[in-house]
Every structure is written in structure tokens, then in C-alpha cells.
Write a protein of this length. Sequence first.
Length: 247
Amino acid sequence: MKSTYTTGEIAKIINIHPNTVRMYEDQQLISAPIRKENGYRVFSQLHIDQFRLARTALEIEVLQNGLRKQMITIIKTTARREYDKALKLTYTYITSVEREIAHADEAVAIANALYTSPISKDDAALKRQEVSDLLDITPDTLRNWEMNGLLTVKRQKNGYRIYTYEDIQRLKIIRSLRCANYSLAAILRMLNALAQDANLSMDHVLNTPSPDEDIISVCDKLIHSLNDAKKNALQIIHYLNDMKIKY
């Protein structure tokens, strides 16, 4: 086994572009390599292990409540060879991921309960500000949801929007799912699908984009992504324990 590696050799082993190797160094995601007198970088097995950990850490794009930032901190802490601290941070990260999974599951349960609850025949007749106060969301948020097609609100002859009881129930569903960091695209997909078939699984629809959706929607598999993030974090713990012994 070789003891030192060039930038090109590292890039080939990790299956990344040489410029990506330099970027990881610039962003302090790996330890700084030794440099020869001619300026060429010299990498070691330590760097290979650091790259593998970082690639695993960044494989899943999870942005909920600063999870991505937590993972970057874990990578940089590992690059400084502070393995015990990195392990502690990783366990904290896993706890955060589990909390996000619970929030997402709870939001789906709440939304499902609201969706299946009977609708009163007595329509409400609330204006935007009244709905905003009732649901504790800003008028701008309501306007944004309407502009993105999540809700179509009837207007009076004078042009003012009037929200019915059914509108408010729909808004409660949207609010619950947004609090769990589901994207507007995922929520719209769910609402459209349930309008076609009320017997569909809300959880399945939210977390399973169709193949023809754009790249942002395709990446929006919240619960699946969170579970994958947790699995990768457990792998990182294995890497860190191994690196503690080796280095």
C-alpha cells in the first residue's frame, strides 16, 4: 500500500475531479496536505479516510433546521483530527435528524386528520387578515401559498377575498406540513393527488415525487432523505472510531 498520493491519485481513488480535491482543502474539509518544495501537494491515507467521511456526510442534501451546517461542522472537526468532539457532534446530529423525522410524521398525521374531518356546511366568511390572525401566519405567507397554487380563494364583488371553512381546513394542512419543512412543491403534489383520489396515502404522496417533476421536486423526499441522513451518520460514527484508532 502506498503511503503518499498526488492530487490526481487522490481524485482517482475518491472518484472526484482534481479541482474538487483542492476545493475540499480550501474549505478545510480535509487536513492540509504536506507540500513539496515545488508546491505539489502530498496526501496520505488519512486524507483518503477524511474524503470518504466527507463524501458520506454530504451525500444527502438535508437542509432542515441547520442539519447541513451541523454536518459541515462535523467534517471540519474531523479534518482537525478532533475525533471525540466529532463523535459527540455526530450523535447530536442524529438526535436532530430523529426529531425532524418525528416532526414530519406528526405533521402528516395532523394533516391527514384534518383532511378526513367532516367539513361544516356553515361556511366561514373571513378576510385575509382575520385568517392570518386565526392561524398565526402572515398575510404575505397566505399570498405566497395562493400564488403557488396551494389554494384558490373566492372573491366578493368588491374584490376582497373571503375564506370559507373548507379553505381554513386546507390552510391548516398546509401550515402543519410547512412547519415540518415540506416544500410547497410536495404539498401541492399531495393536495392535487388527494383531489383525484381521497384514498391515497398522504405520506406516500408527499415523499414520492413523480418522474416528470423538476429537479427541486424530485429531491423533495423528506422522510426518506432524513432516514438516509441518519444511516449515513451512523456510518460516519464507524469511520470516526476507526480513525481514532489509526491516527
